[in-house]
Design a protein. Sequence first.
Length: 98
Amino acid sequence: MPEPKAMSLRFPDPEQRRAIEAAAREAGVSMQEYILSAAYERATAIEAKFLQAFQDSMSRSGDAFAEEPAVCDPSPEWRSAEESARSSVERTEPGRAA
């Protein structure tokens, strides 16, 4: 099996490269390792946020199914809570590696 190739570390913005180099140097790791660990941390943070929102939704849904079987239409408060939860999940912060 051939050896894996190194990650291409080209940055169109020289200031961004310098900032990442400095952060990697301060952390005592290579730029590649720094970038990969930052990407991993960002992905796991997004996953944790998604899983928390999913658990919250399941909790609300479970409460809805515990209601009387004849109650099919959620209250305005319930709809507002669901809409608020959806918008909080859909809001994303711009990610940054450094």
